[in-house]
Write a protein of this length. Structure first.
Length: 236
């Protein structure tokens, strides 16, 4: 792990699978060569397996957070990186990391998980912070969306994503640390093209926000890889 600077800005990537593993490929060079100093926090309690190679980007098998952190440290030595090899939970249940320890006020948070309960937990935490940028991406097989939530000086600068998404407002699924081994193994099929599209739009949103150009009246982008289309949506 690279030593981190107390004055660094922080980018937190939660979930390093189909979307998150590709997101890190583009985010790491963006952060290393930025004029500001950054620390990259990589969060995932899962491990890479051979079956993941058809849609995820990794070099070795094992802990996703550790392997991605090693990759970043080797190629981008000026970028501080911190792996968290546990899933996040609201209360720090056994074997998990409390979300309050992983995400601080002022962080830019990339949510790349595949369940609504975890997205809701991270959103609720960010909504209590004075300043935060939350960029959340998800996809089904050929389509998906990216949602942006911004807090500035203790106020919401965008509408909360769960206002327009009942599945996020009241999740019926389980967080990964609540699942059995059989349930974890029974994941829905994913398409690498949709994963890449979600990661690319998330990176584009981050860059636009950093440039002060993002239209906060359109905090959601829907995409369809079959139609080769991405559509921003007005949300109030």
């Amino acid at each position: 792990m690279n030593p981190s600077s107390s004055s660094s800005r922080r980018a937190v990537v939660i979930g390093l699978g189909g979307i998150g593993s590709w997101l890190v490929q583009g985010l790491a060079p963006l952060l290393q060569y930025d004029a500001e100093s950054w620390t990259l926090v990589l969060v995932d309690g899962d491990e890479y397996e051979e079956k993941n190679r058809n849609r995820q980007c990794f070099e070795m098998l094992g802990s996703k957070a550790d392997i991605q952190a090693q990759w970043v440290s080797k190629r981008f030595p000026r970028l501080a990186v911190r792996p968290i090899t546990e899933y996040l939970s609201a209360d720090g249940a056994d074997g998990t990391c409390p979300v309050s320890e992983a995400i601080r006020s002022g962080d830019t948070v990339f949510v790349c998980v595949d369940n609504h309960k975890s997205r809701k937990m991270v959103l609720d935490h960010c909504a209590k912070l004075r300043d935060a940028v939350l960029i959340s991406g998800g996809n089904d097989y050929t389509d998906g969306n990216v949602q942006i939530f911004v807090r500035c000086n203790g106020q919401d600068a965008t509408v909360r994503p769960d206002k327009h998404h009942p599945e996020l407002a009241a999740p019926r699924d389980k967080a990964p640390w609540e699942l059995s081994c059989e349930e974890l193994a029974a994941s829905a099929p994913q398409l690498i093209v949709a994963n890449l599209q979600a990661a690319t739009i998330m990176l584009s949103a981050f860059y636009s926000l950093e440039q002060g150009k993002y239209d906060l009246e359109k905090p959601e982008v829907y995409f369809d890889v079959v139609a080769c289309a991405a559509t921003p949506r007005v949300r109030r």
